[in-house]
Design a protein around this ligand. Sequence first.
Ligand code: NAP
Length: 309
Amino acid sequence: MTAIYAKMAVIGCGLIGSSIVRAARQAGCVGEIAIAETSAQARSRIVELQLADVVTGDAAEAVRDADLVVFAVPVLSMGAAAAAAAPGFKPGATVTDVGSVKGAVAEALTAACPDGLFIIPGHPIAGTEQSGPDAGFAELFQNRWTILTPDPRTDEPYRAAVARLTDFWTAIGARVEEMDARHHDLVLAITSHLPHLIAYNIVGTAADLEGVAEAEVMKYSAGGFRDFTRIAASDPTMWRDVFLTNKDAVLEVLGRFTEDLQALSRAIRWGEGDKLFELFSRTREIRRGIVAMGQESAEPNFGRDRGKH
Ligand code: NAP
């Protein structure tokens, strides 16, 4: 295919950044690729993997002449990464990101970037619990949603930039939807952030449970607990940043979740089997709906390596 962008710069080449690079190469939808990474060790690995035409520690150098700049660093590093890139931006370039929280990132990018760029925040709802440039793969975004949270502005040049970025994500296999940033943060608080918090908590509780040895937790871990441990193995920096920057939405859904959990504990205490059965039947339908929408297979192990964040 003809390149959608003549040059793409990716700042931060871990799981998501390296997957974008691999997918874009495979699709042939970008010309030149430049990568900026802070760690020298990661840079030499990226060179070994031959992921880019240019690999540098200098973000301003990477973004020079780039039509598309993708920030793929942890959420709380977005502002500093954009400030480091600022002197090199090409006027009229599209600047996007892949951060799991959108309100805070949009603010950080807008504050750090000069005028004359098209800032279009984004979030691919695809990932795994792995990190680093070796963990990425070209198929990660296939049939997954990418949510863009553009400004409400409707002028033609901005909307054309949004359409072009949509074409880019489509070319690397994703389905694209636009959403208001606040709404994104609320939706993801319940579908992704709270489940991670629960996983971190349940694995922590099991590890600290008196009278149950850690070896027993590992040896007898049934499917349910094993799935939680996979989620709880997700990157600590990334998830610390998510909870710190999506505090309001997470606390809102956590409050609601705690109330519902109390109601469940009352139903167990008073032997209200009908209530339990009714809830478990409703939740089973939700699972079937997700499978029917093609976002998960009925196979028990599908998604083991493609956890959605
Ligand atoms: P990752 O594998 O840890 O990669 C992040 C990379 O960015 C690391 O190599 C890190 O280097 C580098 N980095 C950090 N600060 C930098 C800076 N200022 N300039 C250049 N490079 C920098 O993380 P990831 O899973 O790809 O996550 C990246 C972003 O994607 C996060 O914002 C996350 O919220 C979002 N996201 C993740 C998932 C997922 O499932 N993992 C899914 C969707 C979206 P060091 O290791 O040396 O710090």
